[in-house]
Write a protein that binds this ligand. Sequence first.
Ligand SMILES: [Zn+2]
Ligand SMILES: [Zn+2]
Length: 345
Amino acid sequence: MKAFVYRGPGKKALEERPKPEITAPTDAIVKIVKTTICGTDLHILKGDVPTCQPGRILGHEGVGIVDKVGPAVTVFKPGDRVLISCVSACGKCVYCRKQMYSHCTTGGWILGNSIDGTQAEYVRTPHADTSLYPIPEGADEEALVMLSDILPTGFECGVLNGKVQPGSTVAIIGAGPVGLAALLTAQFFSPAEIIIIDLDDNRLEMAKRFGATTVVNSADGKAVDKVMKMTDKRGVDTAIEAVGIPATFEMCEQIIAPGGTIANIGVHGTQVALHLERLWDRNISITTRLVDTATIPMLFKTVGSHKIDPKLLITHRFKLDRILDAYETFGNAAKTKALKVIIEA
Ligand SMILES: [Zn+2]
Ligand SMILES: [Zn+2]
């Protein structure tokens, strides 16, 4: 089968690989129908993710058709159409019992990381019964690819952790796919204001179409002043960090209102300054989390009932044999205006 393989920092290839086999009784083999590329895959290609070793097939998102199941799989059978969660969960360990699937002792984010992933014709999915979700007849499978990772990430790490409330003021820093996923799902709770901050005017334009009440281009270094002015010097109730660099997290610290919550989504690789000398008496909370995808069933229903349309995030489509072009397009988003790219296997 064809597979996209990480070959070490800066190196990647589309290769011929043997089809995966069932190795544990709880495994399923899924024939991939559609997958996508995540910002995390770009981090891996740079060599930033030490758990992902050269030779690994990347990808942790997608929809497909069950090809084979191990003898202990009871929920799924060959021919079933399924959504693959980016997080594998045994359903039984101490963390899974708390719905913290990202910390599953024999799962978590392993697909396209410590085991082979979904950017291939077939993938082996461990803990199939509790890591795959059945796709109802007639569902829009392209929209559902957005539910493997980015929608639950924006919703769980940003909106739920950030305690977005009716009538509240929310700022989302970073209008990439995950920031925009937070923007889409924040609207479940009817906040009064959603301010989106980014450097890219094209993405800010998208954010307006997705429901942002105000957009701020932070290129002039005056974003904090602008947000404070907009909020009568109070700041925002929820500040969602969706970039993963010190400057954007510190911006959240500067714009958070007393009693507010800073919800971090970004993957941080360097130390960030925590300004407790300013924040110690302001009743704020800071939350961190890796997505657990515990909200996939709920998000499924909101997509089915057209409360949200995650398909808006898809800007480009490629066949699997052109996945190198897809990476080129996704990796140069400022130029190509790419958000999410669909790969058809
Ligand atoms: Zn991802
Ligand atoms: Zn577990």
